[in-house]
Design a protein around this ligand. Structure first.
Ligand code: PEP
Ligand code: MG
Length: 325
C-alpha cells in the first residue's frame, strides 16, 4: 500500500466539506480479521460465512460455528459486524453437498438453498446468537433475496432461533438487526416493502451487475461485457440510493465497486455513505474521500449518468480523478 494512504488511516473518513462516511471491511476468514487494522474501521460490513463451510469436509457443528463467529464478533467490539448467512451454490460449491445444475447462478443458491434446508439455516443463526452473547454487535444479512416471501420465512426462522436459544440460556435475547442483500434485480423494485420488514440493506454490486447485464461474473469469454460502470447499472444504483433515502432505509454498498476509486466517487455522489470493502483497499479509499468536495462530485454525476457507455463513464471520472492527484 502506498505510504501516503497509511499516513491518514487514523484520520476521520470525512470529505473536505465535512460529510462523514462509514468504511467497513469485507472478510471471509478469521485470520484476515486478526491481521487487519480494524481499529481504524467502522466495523465488519460483510462477513462471508461460506468460507469455513467450504474449507471443511462436512458441515461445521453448532459449537464449531459458535466458536468461530465469536472470534469474528470479538474482532470489532462495539462496532457492527454484519454476518451473511450461507451463500453457497452459483460458483461456490461445498465438497460434501453435491449440486448439479445447468444454470447454477440462476439456481439453488444462497437463501434459496438454506430455506429449503431450514436445519442448516437454524443451526447457523443459533450459533450466531450464542456467539453474540454479551457482545451485541451482530447484524444478520440475507443473500440472494429475490422475493419478499423469502424475507418473511427467514425472519420467522430467526425468531424461532432466538426463542430457542433464549430458552436454553434462560436469557431473553433481543432479535439482532436483520438486513437484505440487494443483488437480484427483482428486489430493487420492492424496496418500500423491504424497508417495512428489515432494518437495513446492502448492495452487492458484483452480483447485481451480473444479473442486470446477464453476464456471468466469472466467464472470461464475456468478461468484456461485465462492468459495474455500465450506465444501466449506475442508473439502477442511483435510483436505489434515492429510494432508500426517501424511505429512510439504511443502505450500504459491499460489492467491489465500493473499493474502486472511480466507483466510490460515483457512489458518494449518488448519496451512499456506508461502504464495505477488502481491508487492503480501505486506506486508499479513505485517502480519496478525504479529498473530495461533494458539490464537485454532484456536478460530475449528471454527466456520468448521461454517458452512453462504461468506457465514457470511466473517461469522465478519470479526468476528474487526475485533477485530484
Ligand atoms: C456481491 O455480490 O456484490 C457481494 C458482495 O457478494 P459476493 O461477492 O460474495 O457474491
Ligand atoms: Mg453476491
Amino acid at each position: 500500500i502506498n505510504a501516503r494512504y497509511l499516513e491518514e488511516v487514523h484520520l476521520p473518513s470525512q470529505s473536505l466539506c465535512g460529510v462523514k462516511f462509514d468504511l467497513m471491511v469485507n472478510s471471509g476468514l478469521a485470520v484476515e480479521l486478526e491481521t487487519a487494522d480494524l481499529e481504524h474501521t467502522d466495523g465488519v460490513g460483510l462477513y462471508r460465512t461460506e468460507f469455513p463451510f467450504i474449507m471443511r469436509s462436512r458441515f461445521p457443528t453448532e459449537q464449531e460455528q459458535t466458536a468461530l463467529y465469536r472470534k469474528i464478533l470479538e474482532s470489532s467490539p462495539n462496532k457492527p459486524v454484519i454476518m451473511r448467512t450461507l451463500d453457497v451454490g452459483g460458483d461456490k460449491a461445498l465438497p460434501y453437498f453435491n449440486i448439479e445444475e445447468e444454470n447454477p447462478f440462476l439456481g439453488w443458491r444462497g437463501i434459496r438453498l438454506t430455506l429449503d434446508h431450514p436445519e442448516i439455516f437454524l443451526v447457523q443463526i443459533r450459533a450466531m446468537l450464542r456467539a453474540n452473547l454479551a457482545l451485541d454487535n451482530l447484524h444478520i444479512l440475507l443473500p440472494m433475496i429475490s422475493d419478499l416471501a423469502e424475507v418473511d420465512e427467514s425472519l420467522r426462522l430467526i425468531k424461532q432461533a432466538c426463542f430457542e436459544v433464549s430458552d436454553e440460556l434462560s436469557i431473553a435475547l433481543p432479535r439482532p438487526k436483520v438486513g437484505v442483500m440487494i443483488e437480484v434485480p427483482s428486489i430493487m423494485y420492492q424496496l418500500p416493502e423491504l424497508a417495512q420488514k428489515v432494518d437495513f440493506c446492502s448492495v452487492g454490486t458484483n452480483d447485481l451487475t451480473q444479473y442486470l447485464l446477464a453476464v456471468d461474473r466469472n466467464n472470461p469469454r464475456v468478461a468484456g461485457l461485465y462492468d459495474a460502470m455500465h450506465p444501466a447499472v449506475l442508473r439502477a444504483l442511483y435510483t436505489l440510493a434515492q429510494q432508500a433515502k426517501g424511505l429512510q432505509f439504511p443502505i450500504s454498498v459491499c460489492g467491489e465497486l465500493a473499493a474502486d476509486p472511480a466507483g466510490v466517487l460515483l457512489l458518494a455522489a449518488m448519496g451512499y455513505r456506508y461502504f464495505s470493502m477488502n481491508s487492503s483497499n480501505l486506506a486508499k479509499i479513505k485517502w480519496l474521500l478525504r479529498r473530495i468536495e461533494l458539490s464537485e462530485l454532484e456536478l460530475l454525476l449528471p454527466e456520468v449518468l448521461a454517458c452512453s457507455s462504461a468506457k465514457l463513464v470511466r473517461l469522465h471520472v478519470q479526468r476528474f480523478l487526475e485533477q485530484k492527484q
